[in-house]
Design a binder for this molecule. Structure first.
Ligand SMILES: Nc1ncnc2c1ncn2[C@@H]1O[C@H](COP(=O)(O)OP(=O)(O)OP(=O)(O)O)[C@@H](O)[C@H]1O
Ligand SMILES: [Mg+2]
Length: 207
């Protein structure tokens, strides 16, 4: 049987990957911001690793979103998921950023906002939240984020410094997106034969 830990199914193998994720969370608890882009084929275990991270982020606030294929053509749909829970702190932002953010999300009437200002607003909102508690942001299925959201998440990722924020972005291969290029990456490959065997044995029915 697959082991259960605190109601969450434990992973087979993946020790080194889990250690990397643990370090990221420990870094956030210690006041460092870090970013990791997790890449791998369909079904390789990217979401399972995000699940692991979420289950092992005690003491941190977790903000988790996933790209939705049906929303790829809707600008800001992904960011709306990510920042929705933090929008109550909007009034703490400088006016230009608050207005740009509000316009992007239909809270304020106006022309299409300056994306740079929206990016800064998102960074402000996340940093503001992380002042209260380390923040773990998990973005799954980033290959399905709408373009503006992907660009903004990458923009934020490149500017994280000492805000106590960990940002992990999972992307399915093959992917031709370039928005996250240049950020630290972890490529997930197959399980060892022994771990794959244990995983198969744990599944109901025969394969
Ligand atoms: N190391 C592991 N131990 C136990 N179960 C695993 C492991 N890796 C993956 N799984 C299980 O295999 C299935 C596929 O994994 P997962 O959904 O994480 O893949 P993925 O990389 O996110 O795929 P996709 O690109 O389709 O989103 C899930 O049921 C997951 O729980
Ligand atoms: Mg997945």
């Amino acid at each position: 049987m697959r082991r259960q830990r605190d109601g969450i199914a434990a992973l087979y193998g993946r020790r080194s990957e889990c250690a990397i994720l643990d370090d990221l969370v420990a870094g956030a608890r210690a006041g460092r911001s870090q970013v990791l882009v997790v890449r791998g084929d369909a079904g390789i275990g990217k979401t399972a690793l995000l699940d692991y991270m979420e289950a092992n982020a005690a003491g941190c606030r977790v903000a988790r979103v996933a790209g939705v294929e049906a929303e790829m053509e809707l600008p800001y749909a992904g960011l709306h998921q990510l920042c929705g829970p933090f929008a109550d702190r909007l009034d703490r932002l400088p006016d230009p950023r608050r207005i740009a953010f509000g316009t992007a999300f239909g809270l304020t009437a106006g022309q299409a906002p300056d994306r740079f200002l929206v990016g800064l607003a998102v960074l402000d909102l996340l940093a503001d939240r992380a002042e209260q508690q380390p923040l773990v942001c998990l973005v799954d299925d980033a290959q399905w984020l709408d373009r503006v959201s992907a660009q903004t998440v990458a923009f934020v990722a490149r500017r994280l410094l000492a805000e106590r924020i960990v940002l992990v972005v999972a992307i399915r291969n093959p992917s031709d997106e370039l928005d996250f290029a240049g950020l630290p990456e972890l490529t997930i490959s197959g399980l060892t034969e022994a771990d794959a065997g244990r995983l198969l044995d744990s599944l109901p029915g025969r394969i």
